[in-house]
Design a protein around this ligand. Sequence first.
Ligand code: NOJ
Length: 534
Amino acid sequence: MEWWKKAVVYQIYPMSFKDSNSDGIGDLGGVLEKVEYLKELGVDILWMTPIYESPMDDNGYDISDYYKINPLFGTMEQFEMLLSVLHERGMKLIMDLVVNHTSDEHPWFQEARKDKNSKYHDFYIWKDKPITDQKSFFSGSVWEYNEETDEYYYHLFSRRQPDLNWDNPEVRKEVYRLINWWLDKGIDGFRMDVIDLIGKIPEECVMFGEKSHVYLQEMYRECFEGRNVFTVGETSFATPISAPLYSAKERKELTMVFGFEHLGLEEVRGNGKWDLKELDVNELKQVFKVWQNALHEKGWNSLFWSNHDQPRIVSRMGDDKKYRKESAKMLGMILHGMQGTPYIYQGEEIGMTNVKFPLNEYKDVETMNMVKEKQEDGWTMEKIMQGIYAKGRDNARTPIQWNSEEYAGFSDHEPWIKVNPNYQEINVEEALKDPDSIFYFYQELIQLRKKYDIISTGDFELLFEADPRIFAYKREHEGETLVVLANFTGEEIFCDCKQEISWGRGEVLLSNYHRDKVDEQMTLRPYEGLIFIR
Ligand code: NOJ
């Protein structure tokens, strides 16, 4: 079995992870300090969001030099040191590849915007006038006026993130060059930012086109062929049909993909992420079922609840107050029992929660642009704030709570974004002291994947499919069966397993209530979950 099929990835958002030089911003020195902690958790691969030189309009997803480390985060020497420290411990490091767009401060764009005749002009997408009324993901038109050339350039994200023109072979050559440069340094692969968008057709408002497959295959040949590295595509528009195309081994595109369908279910369809609706658990179950089946033996999946763009999962789908620990563990269990490579987002392993800040404490460019736009659209401030509390990206970006000291032990300087006020109760130090913590539960989830091949190989079948209170499924492989059974509610529920699980008993591998045997009929306590095998 390929090594990454049993691996677990930990995502680091360096700005908010740990500050080592007292400027209130997390950095590479901070990551170095915490390698042992991550080793103890048991993760295999670290994915670091962008640490390249950047004006930080979108916290590093706007790169102005792909070959330099942003001094806010440290130096190239520190980066190399981190890489070797990780390798010494048998861990791997993947970087973020942001090549759908650059920063407007990238020298290519600086040249492009000054001079129509520069070779860099065609590195970006230009029109004499806005030819569509397409909206950018961060509000406003995708077309932005450029005075020097009297033209409009195209940007899917902020206006400071102009999209690269992937149809220009020179652009692709430059991208492959930088990928190879980092791979030659010894990194273990990339997470590729919005990589399905490189196949866009701006003239037709098509955001993901067939071309993305063609370009990814070319990239594979130019950069990845023959190297034992790992790639994961952030393919926001991937479907159960396109995901296997991206990730089937023989197609030589990506190792795996992130699908987002399970995280778009609390939105009024077609209205964008801020218009909220309640989660229908059965719909969630169906989405997982379809994705698990679509990729089984056809491609490879990523399993994730959280990242730096998503709210905290325990606040989102669990109960972040009374049953915080129980529900965080249950959610971890549901995800880690599936087929795919799990991703743990920093702080998830201690059950960090969403925040409710006053508007002036939010930092994210997406949030700030949205507030302006929705006010113009006539939304009430109350509805806007509800959207931010539920979906704002800053929920995931508050500093990691290391201990109960000032600034949660993240820094000894006021952090760039406020600390979640619950840091005295929820922090790493507490979690490490408590044998029953979410941290140790995640540690066990990681170990289970290593020990039981069936988690990586088994097929997937929902149990109690029509019951929205229960999230349960069965994995089978060569006569072995593993079951994950969970109460998705904050109430006690009666569960008649006989009906669904014909073979009855099994050996409990993990339980968030220390249940040690499976009965044919069980009362499941609030958010109770268990994994058992036969
Ligand atoms: C997806 C990243 O995860 C997000 O943080 C960023 O804002 C956009 N891509 C644009 O790069």
